[in-house]
Structures are given as C-alpha cells and as structure tokens.
Design a binder for this molecule. Structure first.
Ligand code: HEM
Length: 415
C-alpha cells in the first residue's frame, strides 16, 4: 500500500522521540487525505466532534477492506479476531458496546462499586514504596524495567485476580497485541497478522482456564465479579468475558507505563517542577493532567470509520474510510490551548484528549490517574539527585502507544 509523506513521517521511527513538529505541520490542514491512506484528523475541535459523532464506528467490520489497505481476498480483521478472542467493547459500537461496558463497569466503578479504586490507594502506595526500596544501594536504574512497567502490571494483576507469577507468560502476548496497534507500513502485514493471531489464541486459552477456576472458587477480585455478574440484561457470555479480561489486562499493561515514564522524563527535563512536586505533593493532580495533554501515552486512535459520509472541515470523509484521530496533536492545538507547547503543571481549563472522549473514553482513567500521581510523587520525594543519562532516551517502535523503552537515570541514593 502506498502512503503519503505525512503519514510516513508519523510512523517513521526517526521521529518517535519528538513527533510534535510533525503534528504542527499536520494541523495546517485539519483533515488530510493522502493517496490511498487514511483520513488524518489533527485539530482539537474536529477530533472532539468525531469522537462524539454517532456516525463514527469503532468496529473494524465497517471498514471498507480497500480503505484498510487489504487486498480484496485478505481476511478482514473481524475474521482474524475470531479464533482467539472476539472484539472487546473497545472495538464495538452501541448497543453492544454500551451493554458490555456497563457490565464491566459494575465491579469497577460508580455507581455500583465507587470505592474499589479509592480502597486500593494504600496498597498502591505500598507497591510503589517496595519498588523504590529496591533502589537503595544503586547509583543507577532503568525507570522502565525497574519501576514503570512492574508497578501497573502488579496492580492490574491484583485487580483482576491474575496470579502475578504468571506475568512472564502473558507479558509477551500483551506486548504482541499492543504492537499490533502500531500501523507501521514497513512491517510485513501477513507475518504480523499471524503473530498477533497466535498471541490472541494463547492469551484466550490462558484466560479461559482462569475464568473456569474463578467460577469454581471465586475471590474478591474483578474477574470473579465479572464471572458472577448479573444485571437486568444478564451476564457476559464466556467469549465476552474472555475478550473483556484480555482488554483490561492489555490496557493495564501498555499505557500507564508510558504515562509514568513520560512523566519522569518531563520532571527531569524541568527540575524546577520536580522540586515543586517534592515540596507540594498535591501538585501531582494537575501535573498528571498536564502530562496527559503534553505527552500522552496514546498518541492516536487509528481505528475509526464513518457509517455514512461525514462532512467536516471542508472535507467529505466517505462511508467505510479509515480515519485516524491524532489525540496528541489535538492536545497541542493553539485554537484550544493557550501556549500549547509549554509544559505547565498548573494549567487550568485542561480538557485534554489523553483519555479520548465520548462513549469510548478511557474506562481505566481513575486507576491510571491514581497510579501516576502516587508514582511520580514518591519518585520525586525519594530519589536523591536523579539525572537523565540519555536525552532523548531510546523509544519503543510503537507510534500509537508511544513511550521510552528505557529511561536510564543516575542517582545519589534514596532519601
Ligand atoms: C495512562 C494510562 C491510560 C491511557 C493514556 C489510556 C487511554 C485510553 C484511550 C485514549 C482510550 C479511548 C480509545 C478509543 O476511543 O478508541 C481508552 C479506552 C479504554 N481504556 Fe484506557 N488508558 C489508560 C489506562 C487504562 C487502564 C489502566 C485500563 C484498565 C483498567 C484501561 C482500560 C480501557 C478500556 C477498557 C477502554 C475502552 C473503553 C470503551 O471502549 O468504552 N485504560 N484508554
């Protein structure tokens, strides 16, 4: 599939450390369509409008196969999803999306379980402190491997009731599924489909056994609650349980790690803010919102399609076309944010797109926010004289779930 120069710039790994100048270029034309590529939407109000437009679908089965860049006889993504796990509610439209999201929300948050996340605060702080205690005799760490990855993974395992010792098994599956979101045209599509499918099958098999176990002996975890769950609409079917559990597991693995790492990177580049956070821990709340605007872990949503033609910003996006919503670019739109390239941890009026918006807006946001607030406050307080060893650090390949692969930091010890 031929792609235009702008799209290639977004996916080009050489631009991973700083994609923001490309987004500024993109915003000169709010909706860009190059050759046979997707419609790329980069301005705040246009992205916001589309995220709230009922004519926009998240279901890949509505995508015209040619718009997806597939040869006519290729498997569609829906067929590809079948053997392992069917699409989770992230990739479904109403009414199915709403029913499954409601069922998943029941054991997770308001109005049914408003205190689950709040009640985890003490435990989250304990996990953070234990990880930082492990740096005691070290003069250097890799924040990603030593902290930003193990912390949210431990948390999502506890929340769902997945045994932590199984983590190495599903680490690879979660990585593969996250990589499958990366629309890198340089990669071999057929090989990638094969590897992704294999990961879905193996993760499906693993979760299937776990669900059966929770059915036999339930605990107080979220998976047990999902398995037992009933509402006026009934519970989830076995395959719905599987795909929901997989979604939560992967979402809990691959996003918060980047928020914490991007956060520490911003703090180390702005030592005055690091010092302020150390003195005033309550700064963590607006600081994390600013991070979600300034350097969001989910840079773009590459999987939307109109159910009928949509006119926006002087362009008609045809039914079935592939639409990319570049959240990270909307977050830097000067039409919406004052001085958008400035990192301002006390910014007011900060309705960023870091968690998306509309019916699919992030389900895990209360958990992700709390994790990042506790992590960054503790790191600011306890690391003595932390310095970056490399700037910019080495990044992951993924252009969608973007973040450093390593963040090497030198320390003088712990406070
Ligand atoms: C900093 C961390 C996180 C970020 C930046 C993030 C970002 C996002 C974004 C942008 C969306 C919207 C996707 C779309 O519109 O297509 C989303 C959806 C979602 N997120 Fe998160 N997320 C984070 C953490 C989490 C965690 C920890 C969980 C699980 C507990 C989670 C679960 C979900 C789910 C289930 C959806 C789908 C919601 C729906 O389709 O209704 N996320 N997230």
């Amino acid at each position: 599939m031929a792609h235009g120069p702008l799209l290639r710039k977004i996916t080009d790994y050489a631009n991973r450390a700083d994609p923001y100048p490309i987004y500024a270029e993109l915003r000169k034309t709010p909706v860009v369509h190059e050759e046979d590529g997707p419609y790329i939407v980069s301005t705040y109000w246009e992205i916001h409008a589309l995220l709230h437009d009922p004519r926009i679908s998240s279901d890949a089965r509505n995508l015209d196969p040619r718009a997806a860049g597939e040869p006519d006889d290729a498997e569609t993504e829906a067929e590809e999803d079948d053997p392992g796990l069917p699409p989770a509610f992230l990739k479904l439209d109403p009414p199915e999306h709403d029913r499954l999201r409601r069922l998943a929300m029941t054991p997770f948050g308001p109005p049914h379980t408003p205190r689950r996340i709040h009640a985890m605060r003490g435990e989250l702080s304990r996990i953070v402190d234990e990880l930082i205690d492990g740096f005691r005799d070290r003069d250097g760490i890799d924040l990603v491997d030593d902290f930003s990855y193990p912390f949210p993974v431990t948390v999502i395992c506890r929340l769902l009731g997945v045994p932590r010792e199984d983590e190495p098994r599903f680490h690879t599956w979660a990585d593969t599924l996250a990589a499958s979101l990366d629309p890198d045209p340089e990669q071999d599509a057929a090989e990638r489909r094969r590897v992704t499918q294999q990961a879905r099958i193996e993760l499906g098999r693993y979760l299937s056994e776990l669900i059966e176990e929770r059915r036999r002996s339930p605990g107080d975890d979220m998976l047990s609650a999902l398995v037992a769950g009933h509402g006026p609409e009934g519970g989830m079917s076995h395959t719905e349980l599987l795909s929901t559990a997989a979604l939560l597991l992967v979402a809990g693995h691959e996003t918060t790690v980047n928020l914490i790492t991007n956060g520490m990177l911003a703090l180390l580049r702005n030592p005055d803010v690091l010092a302020r956070l150390r003195a005033k821990p309550h700064l963590a709340v607006p600081l994390v919102e600013e991070l979600l605007r300034y350097d969001p872990p989910v840079q773009l949503l590459p999987q939307r399609t109109p159910l009928s033609d949509i006119d926006i910003a002087g362009v008609t996006i045809p039914k079935g076309a592939s639409v990319w919503l570049v959240l990270a670019s909307g977050n830097r739109d000067p039409q919406r944010f004052l001085d958008p390239d400035r990192f301002d941890p006390q910014r007011r009026d900060n309705q960023h797109l870091g968690f998306g918006s509309g019916i699919h807006s992030c389900f895990g946001a209360p958990l992700a926010r709390l994790e990042a607030q506790l992590a960054l406050t503790a790191l600011a307080k306890r690391l003595d004289n932390p310095r970056l060893r490399e700037d910019p650090p080495p990044y992951r390949r993924n252009a969608v779930l973007r973040g450093p692969r390593h963040l090497p930091i030198t320390l003088d010890g712990l406070r």
